[in-house]
Design a protein around this ligand. Structure first.
Ligand code: SIN
Length: 278
């Protein structure tokens, strides 16, 4: 056995002994005992991929990663997308999400970046399947992110609603980020391309109407689905520590950056390109 083989066998043994504990009833797992700046070989990523598929969201505490190291880790999951409105100064493939003085700006339809329930970039024709968010600077209080499991949301709908929405499609717009940003039409219920589990796929930030319904019908149905999709029973609320990296599956999960702070909060984010939702 060569030295390289010996190292990789040791790595496999140790990463399979990771400490994995549930983050909440609805979703999520906390993963301890891994340094993502170093431990991101193919076998490790495959193992983490199966944990993400099972739990929909993974919390990795204490990850000391520069933006470039975060990008390198992100690239192990697939092709990275850029975002029209946010770029880190060192790389286009890490998004810099920062701001302050955003406390309780509760005007209808007005959210700081990441506020309002959404799945990332659903206006894109191939929206990200995975997001990784890394906490770089945090307010002394507040600034949590809430997540909601959209498989459970779909599965707990009544049969009549499931039938009503089975073949519907919805229009999602990215124009909030600029006049040239694309719009897309996606199914209201999407089927996860790896687990084959169905999930609700509409959100208050980017979904503007349901194709083929009158404005009134569309608004009433969307409002009902938005309210159901974010019931507290389906959620996990992440209270950030510095250097936490949280990854989630946008095919299963919506999220909401809670704007209840007025000190600086800085996050670095990567998003991994997905397929066309179906
Ligand atoms: C996002 O929408 O991806 C940002 C979430 C956050 O800043 O908590």
């Amino acid at each position: 056995m060569t030295m390289a083989e010996a190292t990789s066998v040791t790595d496999i043994v140790s990463f399979k002994n990771l400490n994995v504990s549930p983050a909440s009833v609805a979703m999520g797992a906390r993963i301890e005992g891994i340094d993502l700046a170093r431990d991101h070989g193919i076998e490790v990523i495959d193992h983490l991929r199966s944990l993400l598929l099972e739990h929909h969201l993974l919390v990795f505490p204490g990850q000391k990663l520069s933006a470039i190291e975060l990008e390198a880790f992100g690239r192990m999951w697939g092709e990275l997308l850029t975002h029209p409105a946010t770029k880190h100064r060192d790389t286009d493939y890490v998004q810099f999400i920062g701001g302050k003085n955003r406390k309780f700006k509760l005007l209808p339809g007005v959210h700081p970046f990441g506020g309002g329930w959404h799945s990332d970039m659903t206006w894109h024709s191939t929206p990200p399947r995975i997001t990784g968010l890394h906490a770089r600077r945090l307010p002394s209080t507040g600034g949590d992110t809430a997540f909601s499991n959209q498989h459970i949301a779909y599965e707990t709908l009544d049969d009549e609603t499931k039938e009503q929405i089975a073949d519907l499609e919805a229009f999602h717009t990215g124009k909030v980020f600029g006049p040239d940003v694309e719009d897309s039409v996606h199914p209201v219920v999407r089927t996860h391309d790896e687990s084959a589990r169905k999930a609700l796929y509409v959100n208050g930030n980017f979904t503007k109407h349901i194709v083929g319904l009158t404005n009134d019908e569309s608004e009433r149905l969307l409002y009902r689905l938005f309210a159901h999709a974010t019931r507290p029973e389906f959620t996990y609320r992440h209270q950030w520590d510095l250097d936490d990296l949280v990854m989630w599956d946008n095919r299963s999960v919506m999220h909401y950056a809670i704007g209840d702070y007025d000190e600086t909060r800085i996050m670095h984010r990567f998003v991994v390109k997905g397929g066309k939702p179906s």
